[in-house]
Design a protein around this ligand. Structure first.
Ligand SMILES: [Zn+2]
Length: 487
């Protein structure tokens, strides 16, 4: 949800940087008044694993955009960190399967798969229909270059499979595929994919089955059916776009967490199942292609642009994900506990965090910010939400970056800046008014999450005032329409 994401995105060179410069989204980091100083921005776009969000968890802090450059009219081009330009997909003609990463296997540390009494089939991917029967719960262990499977009943029946094969694990003799692993129950067929660290555990699950577990986890179960239906359509659209994004380049489409969308796995929550059933195959579409329907917990009354906040893919720079022309005000302000918040951060800690986070994320100059003096708003978007900010430190050091990145930076663990602090210690959004009070940086903030697309508290608030799912989505993603891709 809020943790630093690994650098998933690929990079595109000059054209992308030129486009960012034209759009005014280049990040600048420089020393003043000496003038422009170029930093390497290689890792900057690395956080582009744009997640959707969560009413419970506040959404992701994804979205790496822009390069690091000097502050002249023609900024020098540093390593261009940008997402590959990937076209939005057309609605799929039939229900697709989605590949969900549910966890990882550390080398030499086995994981238990399956429930007592279950019989598993284990197939080496790419080979014919031959498979091995394994009694569950079985222990799957990955060594440097082999698999070991220890079926229920003892080590005497141990199975060794040499090499880097992907293991495909299915259940035998049951109507529904589902697995007990990592303390949860996950529908689908498991693919165990070797990695440098061990292996990834990926559930291949029909999209509609997956969505019930998303909706159940993303919203408060007591919320209205209409809000659940709006959530189902948004989550379905987001998942379809993630499938298109990662096809052929990564062995999974989404994480089973708020890094993409929260996922409960198997769910029995009747309202979530009903919301998915009633909206089966329905997708948000704009100009014939699916909208990557980002959403977050609470917009704080002003929505964010997707571009520069959660994505740098130029194909996502579209009306449904823009703050321009979006409706003003949001029902979230009436009842979200995070509609307004204030937090006070010791300046010394802020300096320490920025110093650790900056170099890791490509803001090399932040590495020498010994003592932060000010944090100021540079610009707001069309909805009035904070868009860009400037931080200054002793020694005339200045760095300018998107507000969402400031949120991310201030929420990083200074000891391990790729990881976020515990949830309670994180900054809730990039929408805040900063001020210095003595030795503290005080933020008067609004909302929870990145603020792009549907506001979950706003959706529930609107439904309480009589809005149905269609109306909620029309307001959340202006100019989009709902298409039924498959029945
Ligand atoms: Zn809102």
């Amino acid at each position: 949800m809020f943790s630093a994401q690994p650098p998933d995105s690929s990079r595109r060179a000059f054209l992308r940087v030129a486009a960012l410069a034209a759009a005014g989204t280049l990040l600048t980091c420089c020393k003043t008044p000496e003038g422009a100083k170029t930093a390497k921005g290689g890792a900057l776009g690395g956080a582009a694993a744009g997640g959707a969000g969560s009413a419970l968890g506040g959404g992701t802090q994804a979205g790496g955009t822009g390069a690091v450059a000097g502050d002249g009219a023609q900024p020098p081009i540093a390593t261009p960190p940008s997402e590959k330009i990937i076209d939005r997909p057309v609605p799929p003609p039939k229900e697709p399967a989605v590949r969900v990463k549910v966890g990882g296997i550390v080398q030499q540390k086995g994981i238990e798969v399956g429930a007592p009494g279950q019989l598993l089939s284990v197939k080496v991917d790419g080979q014919d229909e031959a498979f091995t029967r394994v009694k569950a719960p079985a222990i799957f262990t990955r060594t440097k270059n082999a698999w070991t499977i220890t079926p229920h009943g003892g080590a005497a029946k141990r199975i060794d499979i040499a090499g880097d094969s992907v293991l495909v694990v299915a259940t035998l003799g049951t109507a529904h595929e589902e697995f007990r692993v990592f303390g949860g129950v996950w529908p689908g067929v498991l693919h165990l994919v070797p990695t440098n660290a061990g292996a990834d555990v990926i559930a291949h699950v029909p999209l509609e089955t997956y969505l019930a577990g998303v909706v159940a986890k993303e919203l408060y179960n007591s919320w209205s059916l209409e809000a659940h239906m709006a959530q189902a359509i948004a989550a379905r659209s987001y998942a379809v776009c993630e499938e298109a994004r990662w096809e052929g380049t990564r062995h999974f489409d989404v994480h089973a967490s708020e890094a993409s969308q929260a996922w409960a796995g198997k769910t029995e929550h009747a309202k979530s199942i009903e919301a998915v059933r009633r909206t089966r195959g329905q997708l948000l579409v704009f100009e014939g292609a699916v909208v990557p329907a980002y959403y977050s917990s609470c917009c704080g009354g002003a929505r964010a642009n997707a571009q520069g906040t959660v994505t740098s893919n130029l194909r996502h720079d579209i009306a449904p994900l823009s703050s321009v022309g979006a409706p003003r005000g949001c029902a979230c302000m009436d009842f979200s506990p995070n509609a307004r918040w204030t937090v006070s951060l010791p300046l010394q800690g802020v300096s320490q965090t920025l110093r650790a986070w900056g170099p890791v994320e490509g803001f090399r100059e932040l590495g020498s910010f010994s003592s932060v003096r000010t944090l100021e708003i540079v610009s707001r978007n069309a909805a009035g939400r904070t868009e860009r900010m400037r931080v200054a430190a002793q020694g005339n050091l200045v760095c300018e970056l998107p507000a969402e990145r400031v949120r991310w930076a201030l929420s990083a663990d200074p000891k391990n800046p790729r990881v976020s602090k515990p949830l309670k210690e994180r900054v809730k959004s990039g929408y805040f008014d900063p001020r210095i009070e003595g030795a503290a940086l005080v933020l008067d903030g609004y909302g929870f999450g990145h603020g792009v697309g549907m506001c979950q508290f706003g959706a529930e608030g609107a439904s309480r005032k009589g809005a149905d799912a269609r109306k909620i989505l029309a307001r959340s993603y202006p100019s989009s329409t709902i298409a039924v891709a498959y029945g």
